[in-house]
Design a protein around this ligand. Structure first.
Ligand SMILES: [Zn+2]
Length: 434
């Protein structure tokens, strides 16, 4: 991997294979467990790894400055994380107690690379991006920001303050607090409140409002960014979330009273994207699904989580119907395939995560018998048995309903296609008149 990446790194940064290879390498560097054999192996290979990371940091800064590569900032963030991980690994295995003297050359190296950017204007977006990755680097290498030499980083480093990042705070009528970058008007606040209340009402009508066992988390914190760029920049740090998505709910450890369930969303075209979808994930974590995110295998519960979020948020219908019209007959997944999915196995196919699980929920709402199955699944998800009961109910459902679900979906397909023809009719008539 390192050979592949170093041979033509500068030319190939935008290349898909090269980018994926780099991401995989960074994931490897960042995620091997401390003191494992892999960890020690990576320590012995630090020279080759450093060479790739060094080239990428310099190239991604150049590309970001010229705006010639849309992935440059993503590569910069990943490369800086890897640079930090390599530095921390060196400190760990060097058996030297003076951590400061080991960090000095790392700081000096970064300072050297950043020299070309020292004159960026105060309001330059790249300056802010550099500030954020440096703040994360300083925090992760355990350095005290106030003790850093003022010669380091050419004034590009300044600590980040949550209070200035999301200065506007409003209590939510459904509980918890909304923290936003922009000051919201009373009208905007009311609309958010109405949407969340409507979602709660729909949720409670199906599942009630009994909190799952051991749930003692703090009230919800909803962080609203003014745009996607800000979500991605500060999602990296200080929030440390995966931003390869359209918003995120982080459940944490619900059985800890210190746990802060947090929902991260951003504005797109004057609306908060996926607000209710992410909010349903919060409701699901509080009232249906027991435990933290590691408690149940993701490929067991992802269909449930995404399906219920699409179904109750009110944003699933049009999106799903479009996919149904697009999908050639006989190409759609079976019911057993639909319920066996997660973000990894979906591999970028968002239909698998959102469309087909949505239809399972629509099907579950179609008869009294399937509504009972839906309730049985919800009750089973609340049991602290690592999904044992849930898996049994789900398997029974899939076995008994595979054919009926398929026949029902055939009807949905006809309805979706007819609705489209109906919607096209006035346009066709207008065209005929012209
Ligand atoms: Zn979701």
């Amino acid at each position: 991997m390192t050979q592949f990446l170093t041979c033509t790194q500068f030319q190939r940064m935008s290349d898909y294979a090269s980018s994926n290879c780099f991401i995989a390498l960074c994931d490897l560097i960042n995620s091997v467990p401390p003191h494992s054999r892999d960890d020690q192996f990576l320590y012995t290979k630090q020279k080759q790894l450093k060479s790739v990371i060094k080239q990428t940091i310099r190239a991604s800064l150049e590309f970001a400055a010229t705006g010639s590569d849309v992935y440059a900032l993503d590569h910069l963030r990943r490369a800086m994380d890897a640079y930090t991980a390599i530095g921390v690994r060196v400190i760990k295995y060097s058996h030297m107690h003076d951590q400061g003297s080991l960090l000095k050359p790392l700081n000096r190296q970064l300072t050297h690379w950043l020299k070309a950017y020292k004159d960026l204007g105060e309001k330059s977006p790249l300056r802010e991006e550099i500030r954020v990755v440096l703040a994360k680097y300083v925090a992760d290498t355990g350095q005290n920001p106030t003790e850093l030499s003022r010669h380091y980083f050419h004034g590009l480093f300044k600590p980040l303050n949550h209070r200035t990042l999301v200065p506007h705070k409003t209590p939510l009528s459904t509980g918890g607090e909304l923290q936003s970058q922009l000051a919201l008007s009373p009208c905007e606040r009311d609309e958010i409140g109405r949407e969340l209340e409507k979602t709660v009402a729909k949720f409670v009508a199906l599942f009630g409002k009994k909190t799952v066992m051991d749930y003692v988390s703090k009230p919800l914190r909803m962080v609203v960014f003014k745009e996607r760029k800000q979500y991605v920049c500060y999602g990296n740090y200080p929030y440390r979330i995966n931003t390869n998505n359209g918003g995120l709910f982080v459940k944490g450890e619900p059985s800890s009273p210190h746990n802060q369930p947090s929902l991260y969303v951003y504005y797109q075209e004057r609306k908060i994207l996926n607000l209710c979808h992410e909010f349903v994930h919060f409701l699901d974590s509080k009232y249906i699904t027991y435990g933290n995110s590691a408690y149940l295998p993701s490929e067991w519960v992802t269909f449930w989580q995404e399906g219920v979020a699409q179904y109750l948020s009110g944003q699933g219908e049009a999106y799903a119907a479009a996919a149904l019209r697009r999908d050639p007959d006989g190409q759609r997944p079976s019911l057993s395939q639909i319920v066996d999915i997660d973000a990894y196995s979906a591999d970028g196919h968002s239909d698998r995560l959102y469309v087909w699980p949505y239809y399972v929920f629509k099907y579950l709402a179609s008869t009294p018998e399937t509504k009972d199955i839906r309730s049985a699944l919800a009750i089973a998800l609340g049991k602290p048995d690592h999904g044992g009961a849930y898996k049994r109910v789900l398997t029974e459902f899939v076995t008994a309903h595979a054919d009926r679900f398929n026949a029902w979906l055939d009807t949905e397909t006809i309805l979706a296609k007819t609705a489209r023809e109906g919607a096209n009719a006035p346009r066709a008539a207008a065209a005929a008149r012209a």
